[in-house]
Design a binder for this molecule. Sequence first.
Ligand code: HOZ
Length: 433
Amino acid sequence: MRYQRSSSLFQEAQKFIPGGVNSPVRAFKSVGGTPVFIDRAQGAYLYDVDGNSYIDYISSWGPLILGHAHTEVINAIVDRAQKGTSFGTPTEIETELAKLAIEMVPNIDQIRFVNSGTEACMSAIRLARGFTGKDRIIKFSGCYHGHSDSFLIQAGSGAVTFGYPSSPGVTQGTAKDTLLAPYNNLAYVAELLEAHQGHVAAVIIEPVAGNMGCVLPDHDFIHGLRKLCTQHEVLLVFDEVMTGFRLAAGGAQEVLGIQADIVCFGKVIGGGLPVGAFAARSEIMAYLAPLGPVYQAGTLSGNPLAMSAGLAMLQALNRDRGVYDRLEKKSADLAAGMSSVLDKTSIDYQINRLGSMISLHFTPEPVVDFTTAARGNNARFNAYFHGMLDRGIYLPPSAFESYFLNDALSQADIEKTLNALDELVPALEATNV
Ligand code: HOZ
């Protein structure tokens, strides 16, 4: 049996870990079947405990933009580990990573490192509230900013995959300060800002959404959002946990030509180790403890192993900016190839893509927000996911997640992926609509 050992490991894990996983999307609950337990990874490939290999299109959900076990990143971690793993004191490498991140990203003066994207967004909002003296925030339905209370309201990613976009456990008191708007709907945001005049601290957005599948911002919407925030003296917070250092060295700010007030990072900035960060101009960062009154701390924040992985990753990206052109070409080839396979069929589909973030939705209408993303054909998506997995292609196990391509992926891998899709077409066409 192809997944025999994975299956028995999953049985065992469920006895001791809720749902057998430490992050819900991994459980394959919405697509069914047994999650694949990975033993090791190299380059563009994952290898499971049953001896199967997969071309990986999630790259650990984004961080591994250069592929798995990249030599420079691994060497940096190993070298640093020899000197001890954590001190709870300042280290030189934190400043090195801070300097490089600030050099690569437009419009930030200072950066604070935390341990995850969740922490970065949670802290950014606290900072925005402390800086503006206002309580409410606006977020967009289907955007996911980690699992802190203020954001688990019509959230994307696993929250919506498993049917709890607004999580129990979030108090009414917290929820009332989070105002919701549909993605790509500027008029709605304008109305909210008018109605809550003087009470909104920040608008937080995934500038290219990756947690309801990949959803691109309309040009007028995202530029209009910048203008509205300035007019209303509201901070614009870009959650670049997925897009930061991925879409370009300067992330979505660079690609879209927009300067946010606070930017949140995660994933690529940690090189595959647990790192998040938030950054802004000095005037805002000065509100943060120990300079200012907004408290934020962490025993393992700025951890030397994590910093060394992040530094090696950003150094490699900074040295070879051609990586972004290569990723653009591979992603464009993949998207074009998928279209040419699916165009020959009766299957309704949409492919959304910006740079190396892609998603495929089985729906006839453009996917521009959460409502349109949620209209996708689930049965067909599940058949697609499992059909591809059985052919050695590892895709996100939810229609509400983006693919993240990596630079280790070869043209031959893309060909293999397209052949797998081609082979799968009869089964997809037969799927109940
Ligand atoms: N929330 C992550 C994707 N949007 C999933 C993380 C994981 O399961 O590892």
